[in-house]
Design a protein around this ligand. Structure first.
Ligand code: SAH
Length: 352
């Protein structure tokens, strides 16, 4: 709930409006996890609140810390479903990676989350609360950056994701440009976000320079072609003035040839934005995917840069704690397998 909604709740329960602001202060500034800790509220009001509301809906089910400070959380929702959220401290900022759905329906062949299918959407509150939970767990440093790169496809849960981003901006004081929504390329969602003029950073998972290979890696690519996605990216840039981030997962012998690097630079044309290379994080796949050798990653990067595209490589964090999307849930959680797409077993023809 926003502060305004909390004020309305207080009034509805027969209290003064400012009580709502006090609740917001406990939840969003002090990050308390229960109504009973809100010690400046009168006891009868706390009792009333406890009858009609809950302060939290997530509990920590499992947690893994890596030597570099990365902490991966597996959180349980009120209905027993589980989601992942990751705390990523850097020297000059703290970032967190949050989930938008329980599981995912996109079916990407390289992704651990896809292997369990989609269970349900998260609510705006459940998405926002991942921030509150990680802030409560890690006092001392302010969380300044959020990436929607955990479980799920954010733009297939549009309302809740945008609702949670608004809460992050309004209640947590995060800047829109420090919020990154990563999408597999849901064209209507990109266009809608562009229309709503939220200057949020958009990251688009490309992973292939052509539709033939992309469809083998990402089943939803059959619905939205590269050309349509890149057109939508242009609109996004025009409307929001934000540069885009193009994510490119590198899988050895599949999409890492230098010819593909050249094609990628060509396909991107003059759309403003960087390419972020993500070496494949090991997931046991039917195709036996592996990450390319470091030399190849470097050559791929150089080729893209020669093609005029500023390129970064995703900083490796949380090695040894199953930090790739969906991995912790598969090792520590009770993943339930459902809606498995038969497309997960497509044969891939190595290219290049
Ligand atoms: N559904 C959104 C966000 C989820 S994952 C999207 O597709 O963008 C965030 C990023 O991690 C995506 O680029 C995704 O393709 C990538 N990813 C998934 N599995 C991976 C793996 N095994 N290794 C490296 N990156 C992976």
């Amino acid at each position: 709930m926003s502060t305004t909604e909390l004020e309305a709740l207080a009034v509805q329960l027969g209290e003064k409006r400012f009580r709502g602001r006090q609740i917001a202060e406990w939840l969003y500034t002090r990050f308390v996890r229960s109504i009973d800790e809100m010690s400046n509220l009168p006891a009868p009001f706390r009792a009333k609140l406890n009858e009609v509301a809950v302060a939290t809906s997530l509990t920590i089910f499992h947690k893994d810390a890596a030597e570099d400070g990365t902490i991966k959380y597996l959180a349980q929702l009120h209905d027993g479903e589980e989601i992942e959220a990751v705390y990523l401290p850097y020297e000059n900022r703290v970032s967190i990676c949050i989930s938008s759905q329980v599981g995912c329906a996109a079916g990407c062949t390289f992704c651990a989350t896809a292997q369990g299918g989609l269970a349900r959407d998260l609510t705006a509150g459940e998405i926002f609360e991942q921030y509150l939970l990680l802030a409560n767990e890690n006092p001392g440093r302010r969380i300044s950056h959020i990436v929607y790169m955990g479980m799920g496809e954010p733009l297939l849960n549009y309302e809740a994701v945008v609702g949670s981003a608004r809460l992050l901006m309004q209640e947590a004081g995060l800047s829109a440009r420090h919020i990154t929504i990563s999408t597999v390329g849901v064209v209507p969602g990109i266009l809608r976000l562009a229309e709503e003029h939220e200057p949020i950073t958009l990251a688009v998972s490309l992973h292939a320079p052509d539709d033939v290979l992309r469809e083998q890696l990402i089943p939803t690519a059959k619905k939205w072609k590269l050309e349509q996605i890149l057109d939508a990216c242009k609109v996004y840039h025009q409307k929001t003035k934000r540069n885009l981030t193009f994510e490119y997962l590198l899988i050895g012998g599949v999409n890492d040839s230098l010819l593909q690097a050249r094609d990628l630079a060509k396909v991107l044309g003059d759309i403003p934005g960087n390419v972020n290379l993500i070496p494949f994080n090991y997931v046991d796949t039917a195709q036996g995917f592996k990450r390319p050798k470091p030399d190849r990653i470097q050559d791929f990067r150089t080729t893209l840069e020669v093609g005029g595209r500023i390129t970064t490589q995703r900083m490796e964090r949380g090695h040894g704690i199953s930090a790739a999307c969906g991995q912790l849930k598969r090792t520590a959680g009770t993943i339930r397998v459902r809606n498995i797409s038969p497309k997960l077993n497509v044969e891939l023809t190595p290219v290049g």
